[in-house]
Structure formats: structure tokens, C-alpha cells
Design a protein around this ligand. Structure first.
Ligand SMILES: Nc1nc2c(ncn2[C@@H]2O[C@H](COP(=O)(O)OP(=O)(O)OP(=O)(O)O)[C@@H](O)[C@H]2O)c(=O)[nH]1
Ligand SMILES: [Mg+2]
Length: 241
């Protein structure tokens, strides 16, 4: 059980040491472990729920402004007639992104994490209850724009997609490797802007594969639609397998 699992660390070791231990540090590490293990447990519950309802959940992560919501708007326009879709939006503040998604006609719910820098499995569990998902739907979860924290919080998704736009610079995978290592798919977005930048897509791809050579890469422009069909075909094919 989730709760039992994270209790045991509360009532163990009573140190009788010489005082050389940094207790504050130890406590911080324990609490972090607790948060992560209870999150993991709830993530597995979400995963079980998604499995049972044949829901394909996709966690989309990136730094702020790389184009997650624009990619979703474009993807939804292409797929909404053939697959039931729902969206969970995560941001610290505002309902801007959920409002944008609602305009496409699919159900969307906004989570505001306030000072939180990532979504957690418990938030998804609650949002899913409110959304009332149809069986066999595609559930997009847009995480809080942040290339660091969301990497360690499993939400119970089937695949994690990391978006990186060409404007961010080709060294980002090397600087923030954990996010790229935790994902299965990488979307390189805003390729329409590449001609105006010094940023090199070939080098960006090399760096992406250097940190995770399993990543499946899509090069797209959510602005002019380049590469969108390939990405949508991938989702359709994955869905039917
Ligand atoms: N030129 C160009 N602009 C894009 C592209 N995709 C998104 N944008 C623009 O980039 C800006 C940010 O896009 P969003 O979709 O809001 O990005 P986001 O990742 O959802 O942002 P947060 O949710 O705040 O992290 C907007 O002005 C978009 O119009 C693209 O492929 N090409
Ligand atoms: Mg967004």
C-alpha cells in the first residue's frame, strides 16, 4: 500500500553517534525519499487505471515556452476526429493553457502548482477523476515548464516526451541530461526558426543522442506544421499496437 510504504522510514534508526552526523541533511534526504516513493506508488496506481481503461497517457516536459501547448493544439486538430482526447495542463499560475486547449473542443483541466515546479502523481489522480476520461482515449499531460524537477516525478504515463526548441541552444541536452534520459521521445520544435539562428540542429541531435541514444526524435514546427504528420502518425500507430 502506498501509505504503509512511506511510513517505515519515520520510525527507524535512533542514532547514538558521536555527533559527527549532519542530522538536518539526513532528514532532508529522508523526506525527499518519502516524497519520491509515495509519488512512485501513486504513479503505479495511475498506470494501472490507465491500463484498465486502455488510456494512452503522455507526459510532455520541456523548459518554459518551447511550444508544448502549441504542439498540443496542432496535434489535437489532427487527431480529435479519430481518437478521444483529453488534456491535463500544469502551470504555476493561470488557466491560459487549459483555455487554449478548450478552444479545440476537447476536455481540458488546469492544475496550478503555485510554488511547485512539477506535477505529481496525486495531482493527476485527482484531475483524472474530474475529467471523467473515456475508455481508449489519448491523455496528454503538459507538465510545468521546467527542465529539471519533472524528470524525477513519474505520473504513471506510458511515454514521456521531452520538447526542446531550436532557440534554446544545442547544448541543452548536455546541461540537463536527466530530463532527456527519463524520456522515450524527443520533439525538436521551432525548426522554422533554424535559418535565423546559429544553433545547429545536427549538433542538437548529436547531443540528444549522446545523453540517451534510445530517444526517438521528431523534428517539427508547430507554427507551420512541418513534421506534424509524422508525429501524429507515430501516435496513431502506437495507439493501435
Ligand atoms: N516560430 C515558432 N514559434 C513557435 C513554435 N511553436 C511555438 N511557438 C511559439 O512559442 C511561444 C511559446 O509557445 P507555447 O506553446 O505557449 O509554449 P509552452 O511550452 O506551452 O510554454 P509554457 O507552458 O509556458 O512552458 C508562442 O509564442 C508560440 O507561438 C514553432 O514551431 N515555431
Ligand atoms: Mg504551455
Amino acid at each position: 500500500m502506498c501509505t504503509e510504504d512511506n511510513n517505515h522510514s519515520h520510525h527507524h534508526h535512533h542514532h547514538h553517534d558521536d555527533g559527527s552526523h549532519d542530522h538536518t541533511h539526513e532528514k532532508v534526504i529522508e523526506i525527499k525519499k518519502d516524497i519520491l516513493s509515495s509519488n512512485q506508488c501513486l504513479a503505479e496506481r495511475n498506470r494501472g487505471y490507465f491500463d484498465a481503461k486502455n488510456i494512452f497517457a503522455i507526459n510532455i516536459v520541456s523548459s518554459p515556452g518551447s511550444g508544448k501547448t502549441t504542439i498540443l493544439e496542432q496535434t489535437i486538430e489532427r487527431l480529435k476526429r479519430i481518437i478521444p482526447i483529453a488534456v491535463i495542463e500544469g502551470d504555476q499560475q493561470t488557466s491560459n493553457d487549459a483555455d487554449r486547449i478548450s478552444k479545440t473542443g476537447v476536455p481540458a483541466i488546469q492544475i496550478n502548482t503555485q510554488n511547485g515546479c512539477h506535477l505529481e502523481a496525486s495531482m493527476i489522480q485527482n484531475a483524472v477523476k474530474e475529467l471523467g476520461l473515456k475508455d481508449s482515449s489519448l491523455l496528454f499531460i503538459e507538465n510545468v515548464g521546467n527542465l529539471v524537477c519533472p524528470a524525477v516525478f513519474d505520473l504513471g504515463e506510458e511515454i514521456r516526451v521531452v520538447v526542446v526548441s531550436v532557440t534554446e541552444g544545442d547544448d541543452k541536452p548536455l546541461k540537463y541530461p536527466y530530463m532527456f534520459q527519463s524520456a522515450q521521445v524527443c520533439i525538436i520544435n521551432k525548426i522554422d526558426l533554424a535559418p535565423y539562428l546559429k544553433s545547429d540542429i545536427t549538433l542538437l541531435k548529436e547531443n540528444i543522442l549522446k545523453v540517451n541514444h534510445h530517444l526517438r526524435i521528431f523534428e517539427i514546427s508547430a507554427e507551420d506544421g512541418t513534421g506534424m504528420d509524422k508525429w501524429c502518425d507515430y501516435l496513431k500507430t502506437y495507439r493501435s499496437e
